[in-house]
Design a protein. Sequence first.
Length: 419
Amino acid sequence: MTTTLRPHDPLDISSLAFWAKSPPEREAVFDELRRDRPLSWHAPVETELLPDEDDPGFWALVTHADVSAVSRDSETWGSGMQYGGVMMENVPEDIIEMAHSILSMDDPRHGRLRKIISSVFTPRRVRLIEDQIRAQAAAIVDDLGSTGETDFVKSVAARLPMWTISEMIGVPVEDRQRFTDAADSLVGWNDEEYLAGRDGLQLLFDGLMTLHGGAYAMAEDRAENPADDLMTALVQAEVDGEKLEPEEIAAFFVLLSVAGNDTSRQTTSHGLLALQQHPDQRAYLMADFENRIGPAVEEFLRWGTPVLTFKRTARTDTEIRGQHIAAGEKAVLFYHSANRDEAVFADPYRFDVARDPNPHVAFGGGGAHFCLGASLARVQLRAIFDEVLHRLPDLEITAEPEFLRGNFINGIKRLPIRY
């Protein structure tokens, strides 16, 4: 890499202090960047994971056009381990291998694994999963009862995605909470509450070991005792004579437990918060729920943007907006900023469940790494809002949300409700 020394942008989007600010405070910074400097060079991200004194910094991609263009150009922009994966921070290679599965791969390996993994999602299996989701959403609201107070995140938003994943994979009931806690640690390692005085690397490693150990045990069992679940399908899957290695199955289990969990979990929490803050939109949705929930889910996804960032690295010399980008230089895709881009979304800070068109990038900007679970996430969101809004019509949020600190997941840790 032959990065030219250049001054870093005066706006801070790299420090832990910046990512501890409230979403409105952070959005104001990205508004300024989109308006005045749609391509800007920033100081390396502050991290305790793997500090690198020689890290020159990164390019910030904050517009919808640039995020989409780079997402779709995997020939020029790499995600693989040789480029340090997709996180803003420098992450040890063994953790990338264990945690990111196909997220931190480039072709041909990415294409091979994605093809094998995709092969297990047969139409019959997808229908079975969708039926499970609807039944689970109903059971979650059943468990709440008709009146009471609780934390919406813990009692509702966090339950459905992990229950879906557990049933889909075939996770034993006695292991589900342990795996859920491990998955939470993998997105909370920047948050002081999750760290609780511990080292971030150790927290990541402990969570990964818990999930990998569980995946290895399940895969070994299904090889001897096949069942009608996704773990069996992954163990047996074969495309063009190739099967998944045990460590590849384990890494995909981690990906499901984290990415498959947080997209739905955080969008559910952000969606409910938005409906409370915009009662006119809630009334509009409920006036014709069946015909309006589809566009509403897309607005929940745009508004909440559960994944904040991913990184790409230039594989060759290239150019963005007339600026030369040297091979090896990093670019961070800020999805939440792209989803507030005034050039694409009319009045982007208006929560509008009828918004059309709504080309959000909540599942990525397209291309080879577009989210495999996008359709199932939409089913989950439709099912849980159907149950919550129809069966708990007087539900209200009783205190301000507590947000997760970090640059990866746009998380809400707690959201107290009364119903």
